[in-house]
Design a protein around this ligand. Sequence first.
Ligand code: NAD
Ligand code: MG
Length: 346
Amino acid sequence: MTVKINLPHNNSYEIFIDKLNELYFDTKVVIVTNPTVSGFHLEYLKTKLSAKELSVVTIPDGEKYKHMETIESILEHCFEKRLDRKSLLIAFGGGVIGDMTGFAASIYQRGIDFVQIPTTLLSQVDASVGGKTGINNKFGKNLVGAFHQPIAVHIDPSMLQTLPKREFGAGVAEIVKMAVTFNKDFFEWLEQNDIREEENLRIAIAKSVETKANVVSQDEKEHGIRAALNYGHTFGHVIENETNYNTYLHGEAVGIGMMMANAASVKLGLMSSDEELRVKQLLEKYDIPTTYKIKDIEDFYEHFFLDKKSLDNKIKFILARGIGDCLITNELKKEDVIDVLKGFSC
Ligand code: NAD
Ligand code: MG
């Protein structure tokens, strides 16, 4: 199955969801990957790939290496291999590899092409689509980066067979996010089907990618509707931060964050308790956490202002409006938010 993402300035591209096809490139190609992914899947990828000259740069595995030094090492490899402006990078890994490869491609000789071959569920349904690239620094996550769209995304769901169960759940959380905010029919389909089954997984990936592609096509640089993809994230980021990024995977924190956002929706009359329960049950079907004990509510609230999405001291919240629709608002009253947070306190 193929999903097209329509963008201005010749930036449109296709996302292929299927067993990997043969790929031919009449240019120099560098695959960027890490030892985990290459151990499982690099040989397979190489059987599918031909290029004028092919090399591999392997960077250490982990979010903690998503920084400028690693970008330097990717660029150095590109210079050593004498890549030119027509050369191509291939991101072969999860979202960390995708974000860094995209960023390196965006700055190498002022920008070269890159292709995404995402290998985690989260990167297949979310990170590989939409052209946000970047790295972390000591001031926070994803604070340095560029919008740089790939020229193609190749999603091979069979690569997920080696993915640990928790990583799979973290990806499911982002799938649930897209269904709750944009697509009621998809949500109901998710309730009725198990996406751990091969054919269902392919359908769920395709639906999610279609949803994200549609949003990004309307709002590439996040001036409006694209912000809705941050549903669950305003709360989730605080949870990740409070727990020093070592307790929850990002998608797990988003799972809890969606429950917090839904509690706010229920309080404001945007969602029924029954709908809130259905989202919770869907997350729990995949063992995604839905509860959290906040120790200090004021402290939790203050953390919102560290988010790069809070502007002029106003926090942007994405709230589900029932299932399948959402509301982006920065007008939530502090006392309402505090009330919601009390429902998650010790
Ligand atoms: P990740 O890239 O760290 O991958 C998770 C783990 O799974 C890693 O240890 C990785 O080596 C391993 N792995 C990857 N593929 C595997 C496979 N097939 N089998 C076994 N193990 C495998 O994490 P992620 O969840 O894929 O991505 C998170 C990153 O994505 C974050 O840095 C986040 O900021 C970024 N992100 C970016 C966007 C965007 O729009 N650009 C969107 C969402 C997330
Ligand atoms: Mg996310």
